[in-house]
Write a protein that binds this ligand. Structure first.
Ligand code: S3P
Length: 170
C-alpha cells in the first residue's frame, strides 16, 4: 500500500510526505519532481510550452507509472486528483489524505512564490480563492481522510496521519 497526499498548492504535501517516508521507512515520490525528472523540463516550462492540457497529460502518465510502485509516500500536485481517472488510480494504490488549507494560509505561504503558473495573476488572493472554492468539493470527494492543515506544523500533520495509519493497521 502507498500513502498518497493531495490538496491545494502550498498545503505542505511535499514536506509532510518526506517526514512520513522517513518515519515509516518508505520511499517518497513527489509527482511534480517525477514529471520534471522524466521530461527534463520544469513544471513552469511545461505550462509555457504545452499549456495546462499538456501538463495534465504528463501528470496522468506520471500517476499511472508511480502507482505501480508499493510502499511509497506519494505527494501529488495540487491539481492531480481533480482528474477523475487519477483519483481512482491513486485511491486504489493506497490511502489518500487531503491536507485542507484556507485561502489565507495559501496566500501567506505563496505570496512571493513564482513557481506555480496557475497563481501568476495580478490578484493572487482572488486566483487562490476562485481555484480553491472550485476544487474543495473534489478534494473532499477524492480522499479517504481530510486533515486540517492550517495551524499545524508539518510534524503535527505527519503525526496525525501516522495515528490514522496505526489505527488502520490494527
Ligand atoms: C498545480 C499544482 C502544482 C503543479 C502545477 C499545477 C495545480 O503542484 O502540479 O503547478 O493545478 O494546483 P503543487 O501543489 O505541489 O504546488
Amino acid at each position: 500500500m502507498n500513502i498518497v497526499l493531495c490538496g491545494f498548492m502550498g498545503c505542505g504535501k511535499t514536506t509532510v510526505a518526506k517526514l512520513l517516508a522517513a518515519r515509516l521507512n518508505m520511499d517518497c515520490i513527489d509527482l511534480d519532481q517525477y514529471i520534471e525528472q522524466t521530461t527534463g523540463m520544469r513544471v513552469s516550462e511545461i505550462f509555457e510550452k504545452f499549456g495546462e492540457p499538456g501538463f495534465r497529460s504528463y501528470e496522468r502518465h506520471a500517476v499511472s507509472a508511480v502507482c505501480k510502485t508499493n510502499n511509497c509516500v506519494i505527494a501529488t500536485g495540487g491539481g492531480t486528483v481533480l482528474d477523475a481517472q487519477n483519483a481512482v488510480v491513486l485511491r486504489k494504490s493506497g490511502v489518500l489524505f487531503f491536507l485542507d488549507v484556507s485561502v489565507d494560509t495559501v496566500l501567506a505561504r505563496l505570496q512571493n512564490d513564482h513557481s506555480r503558473p496557475l497563481l501568476e495573476r495580478s490578484d493572487k488572493e482572488q486566483a487562490i480563492a476562485l481555484l480553491l472554492s472550485a476544487r474543495l468539493p473534489l478534494y473532499k470527494a477524492a480522499c479517504d481522510y481530510s486533515i486540517n492543515a492550517n495551524d499545524a506544523s508539518p510534524e503535527n500533520i505527519s503525526e496525525k496521519i501516522l495515528g490514522i495509519i496505526k489505527e488502520l493497521d490494527k
